[in-house]
Design a protein around this ligand. Structure first.
Ligand SMILES: Nc1ncnc2c1ncn2[C@@H]1O[C@H](COP(=O)(O)OP(=O)(O)O)[C@@H](O)[C@H]1O
Ligand SMILES: [Mg+2]
Length: 309
């Protein structure tokens, strides 16, 4: 049987930053994973573990120090022509944590969402451009009227929808969502996750879903990779990671999923990951602290209740 080709394959990716004559930060240090068409890969890890750097290397905001990034069968880790970069910027899109930071406050939603179309001249008339924006706004649950407003006139959840619309209008094969919902209220997070799932079903889009905790990752990911200080310490299907976590760092992340119900919260147990007792060699210059907070896992029923509130 012929095996399907992954949409993205990351092989032994290294991204180092030289921060002074003496010091180099190994932000990403030998990371490998792949994403199949229409699938979501959840990349989790605490702050500073190298998640954003991984995403930014993949979309080629950096030149990778070493390793390979293969997108749609094409190696994109080396030197790229302007044309290739331009192509990449349509087929791969990124959604950020703080949409306010990447939505120009002086521009109307119409122009923000149409920016990619403008850059790539993807329409033949103003009417077509307008219609494309209206269609995509409707798809993400906004309306035509919203096109004439400015970013500050929207709520956080709505702004994130604008960010998604802006990415989607290019009809990408892969969307990198870097903590795209972390700043939102939990009920809004669930709405945005549901929107991403719907998009995935309708368009077979792949997602690299980056998050610092596992709570929403569970509901969107097919596979999960746990990143710690630039290393993937554990990977597996979502089912495997949740039912049988092996690495202590994964266990501590799992224990860090907050429960919405205050009665359950009282009985939360704590799990802290002891960095020194792990068998991973962290030859990275920075130290990070994990855990210290008390949490317990949320069940599917709890999540259901939680999203319907
Ligand atoms: N441009 C950069 N220059 C120097 N160090 C960086 C740069 N970007 C990230 N780092 C460092 O790399 C590590 C990983 O950062 P990052 O990828 O942002 O982690 P995360 O997104 O998981 O919080 C951190 O120690 C951070 O300080
Ligand atoms: Mg980050």
């Amino acid at each position: 049987m012929e095996e399907k080709q992954p949409i993205l394959e990351v092989k032994n990716l290294k991204q180092y930053f030289k921060i002074s004559r003496k010091f180099t930060v190994k932000a990403v240090d030998g990371v490998s994973f792949k994403i199949m068409p229409g699938e979501t890969y959840g990349l989790v890890g605490e702050s500073g573990s190298g998640k954003s750097t991984t995403g930014r290397s993949i979309i080629r905001l950096y030149k990778p120090t070493d390793g390979q990034i293969i997108f749609n069968g094409q190696d994109i880790s080396g030197k790229m022509s302007k044309q290739e970069i331009s192509m990449l910027r349509t087929k791969m899109q990124m959604i950020f944590q703080d949409p306010m930071a990447c939505l120009n406050p002086r521009k109307k939603v119409m122009d923000i969402v149409a920016e990619g179309l403008d850059i790539h001249h993807s329409y033949s008339s103003q009417k077509e451009r307008e219609q494309k924006v209206y269609d995509i706004l409707e798809l993400v649950g906004l309306s035509k009227e919203h096109a004439n407003r400015y970013p500050h006139q929207f709520s956080g959840g709505q702004r994130q929808r604008i960010g998604i619309a802006r990415a989607l209008i290019m009809n990408p094969d892969l969307i990198i969502a870097d903590e795209a919902i972390s700043a939102l209220d939990v009920s809004i997070q669930a709405q945005v996750v549901n929107l991403m799932k719907k998009i995935q079903k309708d368009f077979n889009t792949s997602f690299l879903f980056i998050a610092h905790d596992l709570s929403m990752v569970k509901y969107i990911s097919d596979h999960i990779g746990v990143l710690h200080l630039g290393h993937l310490v554990e990977t597996g299907t979502t089912e495997e990671i949740f039912s049988n976590p092996i690495h202590p760092y994964t266990k501590s992340l799992l224990s860090a999923i907050p429960v919405p119900n205050p009665h359950v919260e009282k009985t939360r147990k704590s799990l802290t990951y002891d960095h020194d007792q792990s068998d991973v060699d962290y030859t990275v210059g920075t130290e990070h602290h994990v855990g210290g907070t008390h949490y317990v896992l949320a069940t599917d029923e709890e999540f259901e209740k939680w999203t319907k509130q």
